[in-house]
Ligand binder design. Structure first.
Ligand code: FE2
Length: 382
């Protein structure tokens, strides 16, 4: 493990991963864009259920005749929801094939031209050459490359821009502004790729993007009756961008990763993990607003403290909410997974609170499985 120990219970975003090469300095995630069937309604959902705030809008009223986009934000997390306005839009093809899903993982950079040059020089397939756009608030340079499936990375250079979002967008003022729920920033974003493709994409992030591998687990770590997967976690140099890459593994039943690949019809973003400073408050708020989470058997909590040791929180509210706990050498973490937020069983969110731990909760896979078995045992159906 290459990361230094955390001294406080908040995540230190400046973890240094020495093996990562910073020919591509990334300042953070700029935005995540989903292509969806009905952006107006999706925007309402993310405001109402997840507490995102209205930021910017682009569409017919701003002179965009092909596409409508709503930009929402909560602390550092920026979502863009886009829908096509015409049948012939390429966004339609994306939605027909994949359903709603993440199209763009945009990365904030100081120099989008250099980011494009450095990555395409190392073998990235270009999506968009460096392109300048401007309005009365300054100019932005954007460039883009392809990654797994039909997902793309856009590099956004906005140091000469002080508008609301990007040129072409206007401020979105709304009278409906539900309270935020305490989501702070994107902790990691996970990509699911097809059988035998994990190492190809791990190599892509290493060679093309200069990332380093910080963690791996294989099917012996994460194999249950219900799901089996292999995963490697790639991080950029300053640790602000972490991309675990999963591929399915053979299990006794169909892997959850395989199910994703089947329904998304290819590789894509599986989950967006968002950080909070108070997971009990955040998840209480999300549940009261109708966000649905994965079921955790109460038997999970019978043995969890034997596994993870002492924690600051009372166990009872964690149990009531279904929040999971895991520990590594550096501390512990609290996490919970939503059910898929789309019609297809594809993308979901993770809510995570780190208390020192820099890992991703792998101990919970086995613990969850064993607790399901204990429930079966109680019912005499094992
Ligand atoms: Fe995760």
């Amino acid at each position: 493990m290459t990361m230094t120990a955390s001294t406080s219970d908040t995540l230190n975003l400046e973890k240094i991963v020495p093996e990562a090469q910073d020919f591509l300095p990334l300042l953070g995630t700029d935005y995540v864009e989903l292509y969806v069937g009905n952006a107006k309604q999706a925007a309402h959902f993310y405001k109402t259920a997840f507490g995102f705030q209205s930021v910017a809008y682009s569409g017919l009223e701003t002179g965009n005749k092909d596409k409508v986009s709503y930009v929402l934000q909560q602390d550092k997390i920026r979502l863009v929801l886009s829908s096509p306005l015409r049948a012939e839009s390429p966004i339609n093809e994306h939605i027909v094939k994949h359903g709603d899903g993440v199209k763009v993982v945009a990365l904030w950079v100081d120099d989008a031209t250099k980011a494009w040059e450095e990555t395409t020089k190392r073998g990235a397939e270009s999506f968009m050459e460096p392109t300048k756009s401007e309005d009365e608030n300054g100019h932005v340079i954007q460039s883009g490359i392809h990654t797994y499936g039909e997902t793309i990375h856009i590099f956004v250079e906005r140091k000469n821009y002080n508008g609301t979002f990007l040129p072409g967008f206007k401020e979105w003022k709304s009278d409906y502004n539900p309270e935020p729920v305490g989501l702070k920033y994107i902790d990691h974003m996970v990509g699911n790729v097809g059988w035998g493709e994990m190492n190809k994409w791990v190599d892509f992030y290493a060679k093309v993007m200069g990332f380093a591998q910080i963690i791996s687990f294989d099917d012996k770590d994460i194999s249950t009756e219900y799901t089996a997967l292999m995963s490697k976690v790639m991080s950029n140099g300053n640790g602000r961008i972490k991309f675990p890459i999963n591929e399915p593994a053979e299990g006794r039943k169909k892997s959850q990763i395989e199910e994703y690949i089947d329904f998304y019809e290819g590789a894509g973003v599986q989950h967006i993990a968002v950080a909070t400073d108070n997971i009990i408050e955040t998840v209480t708020a999300l549940q009261s607003r109708g966000v649905e989470f994965l079921y955790v058997p109460s038997t999970y909590y019978e043995t969890v403290l034997d596994r993870v040791g002492e924690i600051d929180e009372d166990l009872e509210p964690l149990k009531e909410l279904g929040i999971l706990i895991d520990r590594d050498d550096e501390g512990y973490l609290l996490q919970i997974f939503t059910k898929p937020v789309l019609d297809r069983p594809t993308m979901f969110f993770e809510i995570i609170q780190r208390k020192g731990a820099q890992s991703f909760g792998k101990g919970n896979f086995k613990a969850l499985f064993e607790s399901i078995e204990r429930e079966q045992e109680l019912r005499g159906t094992l």
